[in-house]
Design a binder for this molecule. Structure first.
Ligand code: PEP
Ligand code: MG
Length: 591
């Protein structure tokens, strides 16, 4: 196979070099055959064995995960449950018995029937469950074909290339075994990427034409700095990247050494740098990366793919652990941002043609108030043990905010009546991720204690570009002037009302954007722990006055391309030696 270089989107930084394996979902062509009558029993046993082996595979991976990898373990538990579900096995066995289909065919028919039954429902939850069933069936088919379990290959520092990996697949990858992955699907803020960061595995998504190019490759380099995947690299490139990997490790060591220092510019302006958390796994990393608190806990992640919704006591214990671990630092709990592409528990959103525009975030919580109230009680109760704050996602305007606040007040009154200690004065913030809230941020600023700008969704909804769709990633990755102006407006309105602003979307982790955020006087940024030491290191060497100048130019720039070039140039000029290690604006020519 010839060498090829493909472009992708970095979702987790780092460099990996190693043997690669291309995983194509449902790769086996299913063999259809009728089984002679006297071999029916044997065929049923073959199916049962394959199911058992696949289940053992799930169990093996699950038991190999450390207990802190709670989400990953839960995801594997649900896959194991599907695998062991009597209906799947016994329905397939019935087809073998009654229709004398071979095991592969019988299993395929069962899965098709399950998918057909549910295909009328367009809920993303159902689609994900069908995908889970397919994924489990794939593993059983692999066993029937006598192949090794390709999704959990035994590879020393191997690189997984695939059309797509569900968050469940990513959860099954472990560091040491898998060095990196690259996917054809996915956008810059897709969940698989967010999970990869948690596992500290370099990862690229949106690698166009990957399927076409990768199936024959045997070695790959994932360059999660410049967003490149190199297939079957030349020996000289391998040597070059090995050296680059070492230099990057040195650089990381250097910036980590001073991670505890504050992010204060040379001319004395300070910005707080906090961490985004998806799960407890990342928690140990918080202190060592220099985070000054937790700016965003994406609470819904712990319940994606979980069959049951959490009880108040479970949530309370979970949140209490996090509040205590944060110590004197602030920790901001965002209430479930369920719906859209994130589904929690077994509560099904009604079928929706456009889930991203449907019952998600605070709308989901206001619709399913039992879930909302349970979570609020748990957060308020845990809040007495530390410095917790509360954040509502996807608020679209004042009426919705008022309704959510009235539920919060009722919950506080209930806790009062029950004499249960709770954080009565917990600071309340809202996510600004819809253009509607940007435009009325002056009004909303009088209603809350802080703002948090969710740039992933703000960009998605401002530019009308699906955040998970690689075809439109060119829109979601560039810093469109409308986005710069939106954030600036939010900051100005918040400051006029005397409240602080945090920027917590991935935009803040794109280091090229930092000078603009400093220039706007954003009070806090919250980003993946992985990116924090570098962000603090860079801010310490910036001058706020230069940042202000850059911002002035950006505010009158005509396009994202122009702003991107400006931001790049500014950072390259200021940090000529480090610039190799900054990710990752799209590759635009520097004018
Ligand atoms: C955002 O939208 O920028 C954000 C931080 O929330 P999420 O990525 O979880 O939607
Ligand atoms: Mg969001």
């Amino acid at each position: 196979m010839a060498r090829a270089i493909l472009r992708g989107i970095t979702v987790s930084v780092g460099i990996a070099i190693g043997p690669c394996l291309f995983l194509k979902r449902r790769r086996q062509s299913i063999r259809h055959a009728l089984v002679p009558k006297d071999r029916v029993q044997e065929e049923s046993e073959r199916l049962a064995r394959a199911i058992e082996e696949a289940a053992a595979g799930f169990e093996r991976v699950r038991s190999g995960l450390p207990p802190e990898l709670k989400i990953q373990r839960d995801i594997l538990t649900s896959q194991l449950m599907i695998c062991q579900d009597r209906k799947l096995g016994s329905e397939a066995a019935r087809r073998i018995r009654e229709h004398r289909m071979n095991a592969e065919w019988a299993l395929e028919e069962c899965v098709t029937q399950i998918a057909d039954t549910f295909s009328r429902l367009s809920s993303p939850y159902i689609r994900e469950r069908i995908e889970d069933v397919r994924l489990v069936a794939d593993r059983i088919q692999t066993r029937l074909a006598g192949a090794a379990d390709a999704l959990f290959p035994k590879m020393e520092n191997g690189i997984i290339l695939a059309t797509d990996l569900t968050p469940a697949d990513v959860a099954g990858l472990s560091k040491g075994n898998i060095a990196a992955f690259a996917l054809e699907q996915g956008g810059p803020t897709s969940h698989s990427g967010i999970l990869a960061r948690g596992l500290l595995i370099p990862a690229l998504v949106g690698v166009l034409n990957l399927g076409e190019k990768a199936s024959q490759a045997s070695t790959a380099i994932v360059d999660g700095l410049s967003g490149r995947l190199i297939l079957d690299p030349e020996p000289a490139e391998i040597a070059e990247y090995q050296a680059m990997r070492e230099r990057f490790a040195e650089y990381e060591k250097k910036v980590r050494k001073d991670a505890a220092l504050p992010a204060e510019t040379e001319d004395g302006e300070r910005i707080s740098v906090l961490a985004n958390l998806e799960n407890m796994v990342e928690h140990p990393d918080i202190a060592s990366c220099g985070a000054e608190g937790v700016g965003l806990v994406r609470t819904e992640f712990a319940y994606i793919s979980k069959p049951a919704l959490p009880e108040e006591e479970d949530l309370y214990q979970e949140y209490l652990g996090m509040v205590r671990a944060a110590g004197r630092h602030k920790i901001v709990f965002r209430t479930f941002d369920a719906g859209g592409d994130k589904v929690i528990g077994s509560r099904k959103a009604p079928p929706e043609a456009n889930p991203a525009l449907g019952l998600r975030g605070i709308r989901f919580s206001l619709h399913y108030q039992d879930i909302f109230r349970t979570q609020l009680r748990a957060i308020l109760r845990a809040g007495v043990s530390g410095n917790a704050a509360l954040l509502f996602p996807m608020i679209s305007g004042q009426d919705e905010l008022k309704l959510a606040k009235s539920v919060l007040n009722e919950v506080k009154q209930e806790l009062d009546a029950e004499k249960i200690p709770h954080a009565r004065d917990i600071p309340l913030g809202i996510m600004l991720e819809l253009p509607s809230t940007v435009l009325i941020s002056d009004i909303l600023a009088c209603e809350v204690d802080f703002f948090s700008v969710g740039t992933n969704d703000l960009i998605q909804y401002s530019l009308g570009a699906d955040r998970d769709n690689p075809q439109v990633a060119y829109l979601t990755r560039t810093l469109h002037p409308a986005v710069v102006r939106s954030i600036k407006l939010v900051v100005d309105n918040a400051h006029s009302a005397g409240i602080p602003v945090c920027v917590c979307g991935e935009l803040a982790a794109d280091l090229y954007n930092l000078p603009l955020l400093v220039g706007m006087r954003v009070d806090e940024i919250s980003l993946a722990p992985q990116s924090i030491p570098t962000a603090k290191h860079l801010i310490r060497q910036m001058r706020a006055s230069d940042c202000r100048e850059l911002l002035r130019e950006a505010l009158s720039a005509p396009s994202g391309q122009t702003i991107g070039n400006m931001a790049r140039l500014a950072l390259y000029n200021r940090f000529p030696e480090d610039s190799d290690f900054f990710t990752c604006l799209p590759d635009t020519d520097i004018a």
